[in-house]
Design a protein around this ligand. Structure first.
Ligand SMILES: *[C@@H]1O[C@H](CO)[C@@H](O)[C@H](O)[C@H]1NC(C)=O
Ligand SMILES: *[C@@H]1O[C@H](CO)[C@@H](O)[C@H](O)[C@H]1NC(C)=O
Length: 505
């Protein structure tokens, strides 16, 4: 199967390279490009949009990217004792074609992410333990869950297969004005409908057993999205793909993709905190009064402002997380209230107390990923061994009972809790953040078009929050901004694209 997938990626990827950019030939002659574009947020969404905006609008437009913290956003690393570890978005799936393309075009290297052996803990015992023998795993899975895991694989594969259509649409330059329209173009009503149902409902309807859902599916949701199967079925499927093998990451940290994209886009990075965006009429050099957006930002204690033709917001606006105020718009800018989840990522270097999980002796434990069920009453969502982002630092850390473990939890871990998990530890460092949305289907995704030439990327996170979805949103926003600037209505929100492009090829 691995090879078949690789071959498919290969051919889709080449297709993308061949067709990228051809779409615009079919459209009307573009008008003069905008003078200046602002992007707020230098995470993967903002930086990928910078990259594609440069490709679409050419070399003359000035692109400013504002970042108030660090380039990479939630692709963040923590540095401890001289080694850096991924603490945010950490794995990339072989079918994440945008991430793949970026790594290739930026000349970066990749490192495999081998999860190691996984076990599921229910608060008393390990209800499932992976074996290093593939065949033993299959027997264990079939013994305990019948053919549920194979069927689950097919359920996810089917959704993923349809999802791949988005790459074809984008390589033909098609854009969508809402996340729902994008989802509809991928797979019709059923596909948008995934946002309206919980994963639990969808899988129960598909006939999966409660034991399988509780012991296999729920723990995977907890590690990836900090909630159980009450999230929407689409993000659930995305989360299940992260249980695949062949995952990888970027050598030196996934965030280097973001700095690479900024550079490739020849954009101007401004470290500053955007306070407001205001609509104003300005007289340009051409003498015509033009509606523009004034972006006011703070660098240190100084306040500056600049005018832009197009603004992309690539940082969450929900519950005013970004602190941006919209001033003097002819119609007020929509506010989004859906919450993001508070998550604590803790790195602990120490020796796990394996007897907490298993009756086997300490040195026979062998698991490097521990997931937990909903009813386990555990204060953590997961526990796994992590390796530094630099491959050459890896071998030196292997061996012995001491490892660097990463846990996700809702609350900051107390000393007592850490001591419960570890026989002894050198350090425990943490990062606390708002990591991803709290999913509450039926889900309506925040709008992409906030105003005439003001776009919002993060709405896609309410379908599913991950690196590749943000890259898709970045590309889509760039195409949407470009087509709306040039009046190419025929390139936006086209339905029946799948059939149309199928006959074209
Ligand atoms: C999803 O639910 C919303 C209401 O929350 C509804 O407007 C929409 O039509 C539903 N979509 C589908 C495809 O069922
Ligand atoms: C390890 O955990 C077990 C089970 O909770 C406990 O009985 C034991 O005392 C712990 N060992 C140490 C050294 O803390």
């Amino acid at each position: 199967m691995g090879r078949a997938v690789a071959a498919r990626v290969g051919s889709l990827f080449r297709l993308g390279l061949l067709l990228g950019g051809l779409g615009s030939l079919a459209s009307a002659e573009p008008r003069a490009p905008p003078d200046r574009i602002a992007i707020i947020g230098a995470g993967i969404g903002g930086t990928s949009s910078a990259y594609y905006l440069r490709k679409k609008f050419g070399n003359d437009v000035k692109i400013d990217v504002f970042e108030r913290e660090e380039v990479g956003g939630r692709l963040a690393t923590l540095k401890v004792q001289g080694h850096e570890y991924e603490v945010g978005g950490s794995v990339i799936h072989p079918l994440n074609l945008h991430m793949k393309r970026f790594v290739k075009e930026l000349g970066l290297s990749t490192v495999p992410v081998s999860g190691g052996l996984m076990g599921v803990y229910n608060g008393k015992t390990l209800v499932f333990e992976e074996s290093s023998w593939f065949i033993i795993n299959m027997i264990k899975l079939v013994w305990r869950y019948g053919f549920q895991s194979l069927r689950m694989h097919m359920w996810v594969e089917d959704l993923l297969d349809k999802f791949m259509r988005v790459y074809r649409y984008q390589s033909h330059d098609y854009a969508f004005s809402s996340v729902e329209k994008l989802m509809h173009a991928i797979g019709g009503d059923d596909y948008v409908g995934l946002l309206n149902h919980t994963l639990r409902e969808s899988l129960q309807r598909a006939g999966f057993s409660e034991t399988f859902l509780n012991e296999m599916v729920a723990p995977i949701m907890r590690v990836n999205f900090g909630q159980s199967m009450d999230l929407n079925a689409f993000v659930g499927a995305v989360s299940l793909t992260a249980a695949d093998s062949n995952l990888w990451a970027v050598e030196g940290g996934n965030k280097v993709v973001c700095s690479g994209l900024l550079q490739a886009a020849n954009s101007n990075l401004i470290f500053g905190s955007v306070m407001s965006i205001e609509e104003k009429t300005r007289t340009k050099q051409t003498g015509n009064p033009t509606k523009m957006y004034e972006v006011t930002y703070k660098t240190g204690s100084e306040t500056h402002s600049d005018f832009y033709d197009i603004v992309l917001v690539a940082t969450p606006l929900n519950q005013r997380m970004s602190g941006i105020t919209f001033l003097n718009f002819d119609s007020p800018i929509e506010e989004f209230q859906e919450p993001y989840q508070h998550l604590v990522t803790t790195l602990v270097k120490g020796e796990l107390n394996a007897t907490l999980f298993s009756s086997r002796s300490q040195d026979q434990f062998g698991l490097s990923v521990i997931l937990v069920t909903d009813n386990s009453d555990m204060f953590i969502n997961s526990l796994s061994i992590v390796s530094p982002v630099k491959e050459k630092e890896r071998p030196a850390l292997a061996g012995g009972g001491t490892h660097v473990w990463k846990t996700f939890s809702r609350d900051v871990l107390t000393k007592e809790q850490i001591s419960k998990l570890f026989l002894s530890y050198d350090y425990a460092v943490r990062k606390t953040w708002l990591s991803y949305p709290h999913y509450q289907p039926p889900q309506k995704c925040p709008s992409i078009i906030l105003h005439d030439r003001l776009y919002y990327l993060n709405g896609i996170e309410f379908a599913a929050s991950c690196m590749e979805m943000s890259a898709i949103a970045g590309y889509n926003a760039a195409l949407l901004a470009y087509h709306r600037w040039n009046g190419n209505a025929d390139m936006i929100d086209q339905d029946g694209l799948y059939e149309k492009l199928k006959t074209e090829l």
